[in-house]
Design a protein around this ligand. Structure first.
Ligand code: SF4
Ligand code: SF4
Length: 146
């Protein structure tokens, strides 16, 4: 008989404990987001695909087309081209493509870039079933960057 009442007591105790936890959690701010309608702000150290750093003063990139990022990339996923233009010192960047399908996010390109012209983006909404969607024209993208 004592065992029977003990079981009832233990069951009631766990029920009340569970309800108290539920009640406490019910009034807390939700930690989940209504994805994809809401997006998380990534931490500054998050590694998304690389992107050209936008100079806020000029509204464009600061790449000098030295090619060191391309040379240092172990996966060969950067294709860039700089051309000589009259009246302009050095080369002008006319192409900067990234094949993100083979990028390992190792960061070697960023390390190699002495002028600090590339960085990891905070982009994480990248799901697609089409491989071509992961070929980025970073020169075009820099125009859209805020
Ligand atoms: S992060 Fe690494 S793999 Fe990706 S583009 Fe840069 S060097 Fe290449
Ligand atoms: S290393 Fe930097 S400056 Fe040189 S081509 Fe790459 S992004 Fe441009």
């Amino acid at each position: 008989m004592a065992g029977y009442f003990n079981s009832i007591l233990t069951g009631t105790k766990s029920l009340v404990t569970g309800l108290l936890i539920t009640q406490a959690e019910f009034f807390k701010k939700p930690v989940t987001l209504q994805y994809p309608h809401e997006s998380l702000e990534m931490t500054p150290r998050y590694r998304g695909h690389i992107q050209l750093v936008k100079n806020p003063e000029t509204g464009t990139h600061q790449c000098i087309s030295c090619g060191m990022c391309q040379k240092g990339c172990p996966s060969g996923c950067i294709t860039l081209k700089g051309v000589k233009q009259e009246g302009v010192k050095g080369k002008v960047l006319v192409q900067y493509d990234l094949d993100f399908t083979t990028c390992s996010l190792c960061g070697q390109c960023i390390e190699n870039c002495k002028p600090g012209a590339i960085e990891f983006s905070l982009e994480y909404n990248l799901a697609s079933t089409n491989k071509e969607d992961f070929h980025y024209d970073l020169l075009e993208r820099v125009k859209e960057q805020k």
